[in-house]
Design a protein around this ligand. Structure first.
Ligand SMILES: [Zn+2]
Ligand SMILES: [Zn+2]
Length: 821
């Protein structure tokens, strides 16, 4: 009863509630509910219950404000370490994103509550129990009751204990009398048994059920089973049947280990190659770069290095050595790649070097696999994380290095709330952890290269391909001239056709890049000029031949191909433009007998087919691979000696200040796929703008030239990295409401104009995509020489919008936008 009197006072904490609220909320936590930052809790929100993350102690509230009591803790210990709580608060502030939505993105998909937490007695607990038993406690002593209960039920669940002995539970955790272990409920982690006959079968078998007979027969004829699961499938039996036969002494079961989701994943994703790729000899240039990186890592202080290495210069080996060094020092590593599904080779490399220390985190995993990997990382079992954008939130213990491969890639920017940039968050994460951030690319983003030039980042270079291989030679084909001479508009120029023909005759491999998937760009009526447009978005639908449907690449809407024009009834419907599917299809006509395959997002959706195409191409079973930018990313196909860029121009005409940068990166990257083996590579770039600097300098693979030319343009037009940029879009299913919201925002900007003279507001105007997913969009673009000013203005905007009753989803704020569409 003494304990009651020493009861500590209730405390107030700020909680990021999983809802679209602009700020954290304050809740009271009764003394019986002790929490710490990073812990998940259940709180009341209006009339419902919501999950939240405890951020930290709340400051004193103004009198008269009602504070509600939190309901309960969902985790016994914080799900997020302090470092990630801090990172989440930074993201919410910097990107003006609702804190709850930021933390939702950081946490595993599944709720901890759906997992079982097994509680066990510790050594301390056992001696405490003995002590209490010896002193013959009163029957009401909760501590003794709890410990005795645990002693009887070694795998008790935490939820049950907490409901039975709430106070004693808390004390037992504080005093470390018991420990909690995360286990997966369900099938994700199962024990595997080896099964064999216990001995020679007795002459007179006891009466057996048909199932038992089948089991005995199978073991008799096929011998012992190393894994009981295929056996069960084969004889249509349950584990219980095996156990029963075991008890009867007819068969013997022995534990053969655990097979969980994590190892299943490895078996699936890292086939055969594990262990068969010894680390290659490092080149002088690689050794020099590592000699620079190791001391930085060892110093234990924050720093950012930009590694600018031409395609094929061996950046991956630098990453692997750095991670190995990190592990030797007892620290962890995170490596981000743009699209993990595209780089099975990278996954194999990681597993073969680091074995079960690796955890994969990406959207291609099932919820359970992802969740499993997340907790393995959180508990320090996995120290190397390989993943896409959101892997930057991996809860690794003692982070040493975070690597961002292909740091220029636009898929690092999330295009829904929270609109964070994975690369930039990686840098902040490294800063909070006192770790090294390594950004690598053959075509660094202007932002990163600018930071290196300004001395914020250190620049390291790999200027030659390994093995003394030459960069591929690039020729530009002027498609205007081609049209003048042939008077036909063909996707493949005569020169490209000739070269492909020569490749086929020489049994050499070719890649064709066309940055447009589907069959045709759109369906045009030749009678009335109408195109089939998406019902939800202001874009034309793309024709997909395989499904024989028209579909929208923005919202996924699709419709059957009409036989007659819906507008005028004409039958003269015409497919305009070429997509990857059409090139693949036409190929058979142009080059009979050639083995051609396609790789784009439509194929990538079918995981098995995708991996098969990659593997077949690598093994030389495919002559020509047609694809979108997906084929330009990081692949290493030694057999490819010709790369054709069917149209380098798609994108150059878009109303986006990054159009030239993207075109330069794409052409340089795809050119980098040629000549990675022993034979030299060639690249043909077809374009209607042969004199455009992005095309010209990409053909010369002249990054420095492109950087200075493009920086001149950015400086003149006041675009990043010279200025800070934010994109504000008023959006609503009703055009009038979108216009109304835009007007309110416009008025606000005019009102605060004098306060922020250095900020330039462009707009309002219809966004380049004036309607997406049934929402009309009206855009403002903010440019500022001072990031601090821009941030202050946006904070005021959020406050103003909330006060004016504008719903958070009706105003999109995109800080450092990557796409302005
Ligand atoms: Zn028509
Ligand atoms: Zn659409």
């Amino acid at each position: 009863m003494d304990r009651e009197r020493k009861k500590p006072p209730d405390s107030l904490f700020e909680v990021a509630v999983m809802a679209a609220l602009p700020h954290p909320l304050t809740y009271r936590f009764p003394a019986s509910l002790p929490v710490s930052p990073g812990q998940r809790v259940l709180v009341p929100l209006a009339t419902r219950k919501a999950m939240g993350i405890v951020l930290g102690p709340a400051s004193k509230l103004a009198p008269g404000i009602e504070v509600r009591d939190a309901l309960r803790a969902l985790d016994p210990e914080p799900a997020l370490p302090a470092e990630l709580v801090r990172l989440g608060i930074w993201i919410s502030d910097y990107y003006l994103a609702p804190p709850g939505e930021v933390f939702r993105a950081m946490l595993p998909l599944r709720q901890e509550t759906r997992r079982a937490r097994q509680v066990r007695l510790t050594e301390e607990g056992r001696s405490k129990l003995q002590e209490l038993t010896a002193s013959q406690p009163e029957e009401s002593d909760q501590d003794a009751a709890l410990l005795a209960y645990l002693d009887r039920r070694p795998d008790a669940s935490f939820e049950i204990l907490q409901s039975k002995f709430p106070d004693a539970c808390r004390r037992a955790l504080e005093q470390k009398w018991m420990s909690i272990e995360e286990v997966n409920k369900g099938r994700s982690r199962r024990q595997v048994f080896a099964v064999r006959l216990a001995g020679p079968l007795p002459e007179h078998l006891p009466r057996l059920s048909p199932v038992a007979k089948r089991i005995i027969e199978a073991l008799e004829h096929q011998g012992p089973a190393e894994d009981h699961r295929p056996l069960l499938v084969a004889v249509r039996a349950q584990l219980a049947n095996l156990r029963k036969l075991g008890e009867a002494g007819l068969i013997a079961l022995s534990e053969a280990g655990w097979r969980g989701a994590s190892s299943g994943l490895r078996e699936r994703d890292a086939p055969a190659t594990a262990g068969e790729t010894p680390a290659p000899q490092l080149t002088c240039a690689q050794t020099a770069v590592l000699a620079d990186l190791f001391p930085r890592l060892d110093s234990g202080s924050f720093g950012v290095v930009l590694l600018h290495g031409v395609t094929g210069s061996g950046k991956t080996e630098i990453y692997l050595h750095l991670i190995a060094h990190c592990l030797e020092r007892g620290r962890s590593a995170i490596m981000l790649v743009p699209e993990i599904a595209l780089t099975p080779a990278m996954q194999s490399l990681f597993f073969s070097r680091f074995g079960d220390k690796v955890a994969l985190l990406h959207s291609g995993l099932t919820e359970r696999e992802r969740d499993d990997a997340w907790w393995r990382v959180r508990h320090g079992q996995a120290k190397v994380v390989l993943g896409t954008r959101s892997a930057v939130f991996a809860p690794v213990v003692n982070l040493g290095v975070v690597i961002v491969d292909e740091e220029h890639d636009s898929s690092y920017k999330q295009d829904e709330t929270p609109r964070y940039h994975g690369r930039d968050v990686a840098v902040v994460r490294a800063q909070y952890a006192g770790a090294l951030a390594l950004l690598g690319s053959a075509t660094p983003s202007l932002e990163s290269y600018w930071n290196a030039r300004e001395g914020k980042y250190q620049l390291l270079k790999l200027e030659d391909r390994i093995g003394g291989r030459k960069l591929a030679s690039v020729d530009v084909v002027d498609m205007r001239q081609e049209f003048r001479e042939t008077h036909t508009q063909m996707p493949l120029s005569r020169k490209l056709k000739e070269e492909i023909d020569a490749q086929l005759r020489a049994s050499a491999q070719t890649m064709l890049l066309l940055n447009r998937r589907g069959y045709s760009w759109f369906l045009l009526c030749r009678s009335c000029g109408e195109t089939q447009r998406c019902v939800n978005c202001s874009v034309s639908l793309t024709y997909h031949r395989r499904e024989h449907r028209l579909s929208c690449h923005y919202c996924g809407y699709s419709m059957a191909v009409p036989a007659l024009c819906p507008a005028c009834g004409s039958e003269y419907l015409h497919y305009v433009g070429e997509g990857t599917e059409k090139i693949e299809h036409k190929f058979a006509e142009l080059f009979p007998g050639a083995r051609v395959a396609r790789l784009d997002r439509d194929v990538a959706r079918r995981r098995g087919e995708f991996l098969r195409v990659l593997q077949d191409f690598r093994q030389g079973k495919i002559d020509v691979l047609v694809g979108t930018q997906l084929i330009a990313k990081g692949h290493d196909f030694p057999g490819v000696t010709l790369v054709g860029v069917v149209s380098a121009d798609i994108g150059l005409g878009l109303p986006d200040f990054r159009a030239a940068e993207r075109t330069f990166q794409l052409v340089t990257q795809v050119a980098g796929r040629a000549g990675r083996g022993d034979a030299p590579g060639r690249v043909l770039v077809q374009t209607f703008y042969p004199e455009h600097y992005a095309i010209r300098l990409a053909a010369d693979q002249n990054y420095a030239g492109f950087f200075s030319k493009e920086m001149g343009f950015r400086r003149m037009m006041h675009y990043p990295p010279i200025t800070a940029l934010a994109n504000i879009v008023a959006q609503h299913p009703k055009l009038e409401r979108a216009a109304q919201v835009a007007e309110m925002i416009g008025k606000f900007f005019t009102k605060v104009e004098s306060q922020f003279p250095a900020i330039k507001v462009l707009g309002p105007g219809p966004a380049p995509l004036a309607k997406v997913e049934r929402r009309y969009r009206i855009q403002f673009l903010l440019k500022s020489n001072s990031r601090a000013n821009l941030h202050a203005l946006l904070k005021q905007l959020v406050q103003h919008a909330t006060q004016s009753g504008i719903q958070p989803r009706d105003v999109m704020i995109d800080v450092d936008p990557v796409k302005l569409m």
